[in-house]
Structures are given as C-alpha cells and as structure tokens.
Design a protein around this ligand. Structure first.
Ligand SMILES: Nc1ncnc2c1ncn2[C@@H]1O[C@H](COP(=O)(O)OP(=O)(O)OP(=O)(O)O)[C@@H](O)[C@H]1O
Length: 257
C-alpha cells in the first residue's frame, strides 16, 4: 500500500548540508521518509548517496573534518543533536554495506554477537533472535541445520543475506542498504529484492543502488540525487514513467551516469 501524505513520517530531513572539509557532499536536502516504505536513492557516482545514509546513523561523525548543518528527525527526535545517544541510534538505524562482511565465526555467532554485547545473555533469547532474523532475511531454510558452521563457507549471496540478518538481529526500525547487491549474481539479487519487499511490512528501508531497474522494481518512492542536490523525488512508477526533470529522464534512460 502506498504511504500517502497522511501516513506517519519516520524520518524528516530539513535543510541538510554536509561538508567534507571544503567539499560539499549534500546541499539543502529536504525529504520525508514514511514509516514502512522503501525509498530508493539513485544517482551517479559521487552524488552524495552514501554520505546521506551515513548521516542517518551518524557514521558520518567518524570522518575527521566533516561538518553537518540542518536537521534530521527520527520519530520526531533530532538525531543530529549533541545529546543524541549514537549507540542507540545505530541500533535503531541499521546498515548493510555493498560487500558482505561476515565475522570469521559461525553463522550463529554472527547473529548473536552484537545482541549479546548489548546485554542479551540468555541462550533461549539469543536462539530465538537468531531464528527470527534468519527467517526474516529468508536464509533460515538454507542454514538451519548448520548454524555452527563458519559463515565464511556461505556463498556471496548467502553472506549478504546473513549480513542483512545480522542487522535485523539488532531489531532496528530503519534499514539502510548501500548497493547491497552490487557484487551478486541475478539469482542472489532477486532473493535480496524479494526479502526487502517482505521486510517493508515491519521496517522503513532506504535502498541506494546504481541499478535503476532495481530501484524501479523495489522502491515505493524514489529520490534522484545529482552533484549533491536532490533533483527529483516522487512515487516510483510516476517518476520512472513521467520524470519531471530532464536530468532524471536522462539518468533513467541511461544517457549519462
Ligand atoms: N571520507 C570522505 N572524505 C572526503 N570526501 C569524501 C569522503 N567520502 C565521500 N567523499 C566525497 O563526497 C562526495 C559524495 O560521495 P558519496 O560517496 O556520498 O557519493 P555516492 O553518490 O555514494 O557515490 P558512489 O555511487 O560512487 O558510492 C564525493 O565527491 C566524494 O569524493
């Protein structure tokens, strides 16, 4: 179901500017992301997509010399505020990277490690969390009989679903995906895309992809960034069928980027 303007806003971005030293990577961004929708973020290389994701869970803080202006509210709370609890924010806003990065441990430990660090010590609770997150990432049937095998034995596509499961094990509210299928074959890509469609029932998702077809297939709304600026934002089929800006049209038709 399409989330219209009456649907609750999960993330509200206003007048967002982001600088790496002198270089501005996000300019005057204004965007609402509604609860339970998939926002596809597309744009050519260096348009600011990854920077935006990193602002949303304050991973951008880790870059020395970086500076942010404006506001980003998550459920009404300003996450750029000094007193924001960044550990809790990163639990609520989880991230999956382009390259799968399982820990060199068992499948089970990949999922139980961080929740245990956050105080979940009971085996029964961890077992349940492992099963829940593997099922949500649609990996459970393939690994349920070998949870104690090394995660490194899994295929690339399975490793990426494991990384998604690892994010889900932290019981986030928002999932950021930065080109999650860029290194995967078409079958593994399709599995991840199906999984995302299931997950949006319970989570708000922001998907960065250089693959415009993937954005068209998976997202409810789409934002097109070009040279640090938001050029177009709207309901995905409308933007793809009738883009308002010629630069969006050029991009989705493959005329540049
Ligand atoms: N850690 C950093 N230090 C300095 N500049 C950076 C850093 N990360 C990104 N940038 C610069 O910020 C701009 C936006 O980069 P960003 O990675 O956000 O774009 P992107 O749209 O995600 O690109 P890509 O599709 O290539 O990943 C680029 O000019 C990039 O060189």
């Amino acid at each position: 179901m399409l989330k219209d303007s009456t649907w609750p806003i999960k993330i509200q971005v206003r007048d967002l500017n982001f600088y790496y030293g002198q270089r501005q990577a996000i300019e005057d961004l204004r965007l609402d992301i509604r609860q339970g929708e998939i926002l596809g973020l597309m744009g050519p290389s260096k348009s600011g997509k990854t920077t935006f994701l990193r602002v949303l869970n304050r991973m951008s803080d880790l870059v020395s010399g970086a500076r942010v202006e404006g506001s980003v509210h998550l459920d009404g709370e300003d996450i750029l505020a000094r007193d924001c609890n960044v550990d809790e924010l990163r639990r609520r806003v989880g991230m999956v990277f382009a390259k799968p990065t399982p820990l060199p441990r068992s499948i089970y430990e990949n999922l139980a490690f961080a929740p245990r660090m956050h105080g979940k010590r009971s085996k029964a609770v961890l077992d349940e969390l492992v099963e829940f997150s593997l099922k949500a990432a649609q990996l459970w049937p393939e690994v349920k009989d070998r949870l104690h095998d090394s995660a490194l034995k899994l295929s690339g596509g399975q490793q990426q679903r494991l990384c998604l499961a690892r994010t889900l094990a932290m019981q986030p509210e928002v999932i950021l995906l930065d080109e999650p299928t860029s290194g995967l074959d078409p079958i593994s890509t399709a599995r991840i895309e199906e999984t995302l469609t299931e997950l949006k029932k319970d989570f708000t998702i922001i998907l960065v992809s250089n693959n415009t077809k993937q954005i068209a297939r998976c997202s409810d709304k789409v934002a097109f960034l070009l040279m640090s600026r938001l050029i177009e934002y709207g309901v995905t089929p409308e933007v793809f069928m009738a883009p308002k800006d010629k630069r969006t049209d050029d991009y989705i038709s493959g005329r540049f980027g």
